[in-house]
Design a protein around this ligand. Structure first.
Ligand code: AVI
Length: 313
């Protein structure tokens, strides 16, 4: 990343923190979790016994990605939204017999790592990384223009968005993917709230560390003096809105500085840091339709924990 890009991103973080902490219901947007440390902690979360999504989705992809390839047809260009450093990418790219792979990510660092990892796993694959914000329609490299494409959006990242933002994102994907777009997307399902709460508040405290790293990041990058021991991790199921919410709750009255401002939270007040929406299958169909996609097929595991979908634009 160039230093001017870093400065821009830092300003963006400062603006988001000032805006979010100035509100009566305080928030810091979840996209700021993923600095180096946060990304490492997230990788650790995906291996936790309580965090069922990653292992369940990986098993679904192992079992059904070849079928996705058969239905959509071989020789597609796979476009991954959010670079895949995980093991899911080679499995998918191989199973659908991709002609080329286009990872898209706003972070040039993550993109470089993902491209390097995949070229080790699949040395003959044509890899064309794109550093861009994929939440808006974007132009893909000339060399894949006019070719049939399948988007890949695993991990139920869609769940971290509000319904309206999810529809906007899925519309943008459809436009980015050209004239005959397909999409393979993983979506976490609504289930017993106890299972969901455990997945977001694990016994080893990794998710708590992931959440608290956001405040540590404010201290590191925005000259903050937030006392981390004055906050604790909360994960709360919101049944009305069908989502698990993560908050950082003040355990006493606390005053601190960050990004050149002074902030105050009362004992028990929280900073809302993430929503992770869980869908019913019927709701996934409505989501697809609202964004102009046609649901083609979906697969779930035996316990109905997680779902993998194939849509056509
Ligand atoms: C990235 N995203 C899909 C994860 C989720 O499950 O919502 C982020 C996460 N937050 C806490 N644990 C995992």
């Amino acid at each position: 990343m160039t230093s001017s890009t870093e400065t821009l991103l830092k300003d963006d973080f400062a603006d988001a923190v000032i805006e979010g902490l100035s509100q009566r219901r305080k928030v810091i947007p979840a996209r700021y979790f993923y600095d180096r440390k946060g990304s490492e902690l997230f990788e650790a979360i995906t291996a936790l016994p309580e965090y069922y999504p990653t292992r369940t989705e990986t098993a679904l992809l192992d079992a059904h990605a070849p079928e996705i390839g058969r239905i959509a047809g071989p020789g597609k260009v796979v476009v991954e939204f959010g670079s895949g450093s995980s093991m899911k990418t080679p499995v998918f790219v191989e199973a659908v017999r991709a002609a080329a792979y286009v990872p898209i990510d706003i972070s040039a660092d993550f993109l470089r790592d993902a491209a390097a990892g995949l070229s080790r796993a699949l040395p003959d694959l044509d890899i064309l990384p794109v550093a861009a914000d994929f939440t808006k329609p974007i132009a893909l490299p000339r060399s894949v223009e006019g070719r049939s494409m399948i988007g890949f959006f695993p991990g139920s990242t869609i769940g971290n968005l509000s319904h309206a933002a999810a529809v906007d994102l899925l519309r943008a994907f459809r436009i980015t993917l050209g004239a005959d777009p397909w999409l393979a997307i993983g979506i976490d399902l609504r289930k017993n709230p106890r299972l969901i709460e455990a997945a977001y508040d694990d016994a080893a405290g990794v998710t708590a560390a992931f959440n608290l790293n956001l405040l540590a990041r404010v201290n590191r990058e925005l000259g903050g003096d937030i006392p981390l021991d004055a906050f604790e991790h909360h994960a709360v199921w919101n049944d009305d809105l069908g989502r698990i919410e993560m908050h950082l709750a003040a355990t006493r009255d606390v005053r601190f500085h960050a990004a050149g401002e002074t902030f105050f939270l009362r004992d028990g007040e929280t900073i809302h840091t993430e929503n992770s929406h869980k869908y019913m299958i019927e709701e996934t169909r409505l989501l697809a339709r609202a964004a102009g996609w046609q649901p083609i097929r979906y697969w779930t595991d035996a316990r109905d924990l997680f779902s993998l979908h194939l849509w056509r634009g």
